[in-house]
Design a binder for this molecule. Structure first.
Ligand SMILES: NC(=O)c1ccc[n+]([C@@H]2O[C@H](COP(=O)([O-])OP(=O)(O)OC[C@H]3O[C@@H](n4cnc5c(N)ncnc54)[C@H](O)[C@@H]3O)[C@@H](O)[C@H]2O)c1
Ligand SMILES: [Zn+2]
Length: 310
């Protein structure tokens, strides 16, 4: 069995070449206290996520969603970036990472200081009116909901991956939803891509362009179960662009990977950034990679190229 440290060396060799595009998933934020769907912290088995069709067609399901989500929002909004997000920033400042595509809706890459992040599935911090298209900040909506639901904040439990909490139906029944303040009647939806909804085509195209010009696609904390993220791995592999995956547990992209590292991101990514000489957190300047960093953990022949898709 290959030791994780050897795999991190292989990874460092690949990343040292620069031109890295990161594709991150829920696993990068578990160490910030936000559970994923399919990892150890996942709640997928006891809680099925809201779909676009149910949300738009069923007012009761919508009220349940907002009641739960109103309570979960404080946890999501209070989450802070972890060592993994910060290491991505270090690699970006060292000029090794060119872009970040995230499937996460928590805004933590940007909060950590990453620039030019494409949030494939949107952001929970933004809300949109399905009628007039007005955008509203989540905090503004939170205030309005708190005003019409005094005392409701007392309910709730542990946060779920969608940023909501489990609630008894009796509690949901007492929750009052508000409509869009701009048009007066429009249904409000968090500006995230629900299951059963498509990512806007222009956003997908932007991600494909980023991936196609990458020298390495680095997957961080995603099971790649959902095609929405996996398609970028498939595209990279088809173009002969190496794919590296850091994830605890197997992913649906492992067959395409030149290297996989099965270890916590909060440990692997800072180690990687250290090995590559990226300046530490808070050093406050654009970091240059020291001479010789490019030789660290050079990939030996036969380390495994991407698998062509047939
Ligand atoms: N934080 C968020 O914004 C958030 C949270 C849950 C779900 N989601 C949404 O749900 C979908 C979930 O798909 P996904 O592939 O991103 O997540 P996923 O839940 O399918 O997979 C996460 C993977 O990360 C691994 N993992 C968990 N913690 C880790 C750690 N500390 N180090 C290394 N690996 C770790 C898990 O074992 C799992 O394989 C995404 O589309 C996303 O939009 C977002
Ligand atoms: Zn409106």
């Amino acid at each position: 069995m290959v030791l994780v440290s050897e795999q991190v060396d292989v990874l460092a060799g690949l990343v040292s070449g620069g031109g890295v595009v990161v594709l991150s998933g829920a696993g990068l934020s578990t160490e910030s206290g936000i559970p994923d769907y399919r990892g150890a912290s996942g709640a997928a088995r006891r809680h099925s996520p809201m779909t676009y069709q149910v949300f738009t067609r069923d007012p009761l399901a919508r009220r349940r969603y907002w009641a739960r989500s109103h309570l979960g929002w404080r946890t999501i909004a209070g989450a802070v970036p972890n060592d993994g997000h910060r290491a991505v920033v270090r690699l970006q400042r060292a000029g090794l990472v060119d872009g970040v595509v995230t499937q996460n809706v928590d805004g933590l890459h940007t909060a950590a200081g990453s620039s030019g992040v494409v949030e494939l599935h949107g952001r929970l911090a933004e809300v949109v009116c399905l009628e007039c298209g007005a955008g509203v900040s989540r905090w503004e909506l939170h205030q309005r909901l708190a005003e019409v639901n005094p005392g409701f904040a007392a309910w709730g439990s542990t946060v779920n991956p969608d940023g909501d909490v489990d609630l008894a139906e009796s509690a949901v029944a007492g929750f009052r939803m508000v409509d869009c303040a701009q048009c007066g009647t429009g249904v409000l939806k968090p500006d995230v891509v629900f299951f059963g909804e498509s990512v806007p085509a222009e956003r997908v195209a932007r991600c494909f362009t980023m991936v196609e010009s990458a020298r390495l696609l680095l997957v961080l904390g995603s099971s790649l179960t959902v095609m929405s993220g996996r398609r970028f791995v498939v595209r990279a592999a088809a173009l002969g662009i190496p794919v590296a995956i850091v994830n605890q547990g197997a992913t649906r992209g492992d067959a395409y990977a030149a290297v996989t590292v099965d270890a916590p991101l909060g440990r692997v990514l800072p180690t990687l950034a250290d090995q590559l000489g990226a300046v530490p957190d808070g050093a406050g300047q654009l970091g240059a990679v020291p001479d010789g960093a490019g030789q660290l953990g050079a990939v030996s022949d036969g380390a495994g190229g991407p698998v062509a898709v047939g």
